[in-house]
Design a binder for this molecule. Sequence first.
Ligand code: C2E
Ligand code: MG
Ligand code: MG
Length: 291
Amino acid sequence: EAGGAADILRYADMALYRAKAQGRNRLSLFDPALEAAVLSQASLLQDLRQAQPRQQLALHAQPIVDQTGRVRSQEMLLRWHHPSRGIVPPTQFIPLAEQHGLILDIGNWVLQQTCALLADWQCDPSRCRWTAAVNVSVRQLRDAGFVDSVRQALQDTGAPAHRLRLELTESTLLTDVDETIAKMAELRAMGVHFALDDFGTGYSSLSYLRRLPLDELKIDRSFVADVTDDPNDGVIARTIISLANSLGLSAVAEGVETAEQFAFLKALGCDAFQGYYFGRPEPVLSAEATA
Ligand code: C2E
Ligand code: MG
Ligand code: MG
């Protein structure tokens, strides 16, 4: 039952925490739903700390195809097999991992697994030309050891650097632009390529876009969903594709679910396509298992 001094302090603390999480200078009132949310986040976090040591994380891969429908790349997407909650999607645990610094270890594991897989594909004529795309959080890129951890993963596995694509989001580019550019340049010199993910949803400045050593713009799936029906989305897709073309970058459409969307985007000159129409993210066998 609520009412004791200790409880009231605990409730105030939760409300305070929420106010801070929402950007400070806010009024936040305690309610029972907040308590439930805080407790479930706390228990999720506790479990997440164990997820990697207990080998509950797995990578799924989703194909990215060219204009003829041939696979040219796979995007690696994390899944968490929770012992009681089932599969937890990355949208639920990545933000938590970022907030509490767990993303560094997890991200490193993802890099190592991906590079092992890339090295594996080199022995398979049907897959040796595929690239592998990995999502990288702001928190990882900001870390002083990031460039070294990519270099290490490539060295440890013997993966070809020029087949590794790192996907960054626009939020990555908001602060410390010069430092970001320096790190990207260092990785680019090793052969690593870069894609800007979820393009169109953030606040990219066009001048930064020109300065960054990018190779691809990925059109966010929110614009692809209604691209054939909503004239505004059609215009946005067309604009992103021509922006990519004029900057010498490839345009990749995310979330392509129908033949009509594929045809429409192809006619606009989009270079590559990803979505349920071509394949869902599927588990990948670990490199050790396929070796
Ligand atoms: P993202 O990088 O933009 O990945 C694409 C997301 O769109 C994936 O969601 C994919 O399953 C989903 N998707 C692909 N095709 C379709 C489609 O045709 N229709 C619809 N409705 N959805 C489609 P997922 O796997 O849930 O991942 C969500 C986000 O979590 C990713 O967005 C990425 O930002 C993040 N994420 C996933 N794995 C990692 C990782 O290893 N590290 C980091 N830092 N973030 C990751
Ligand atoms: Mg991505
Ligand atoms: Mg995306």
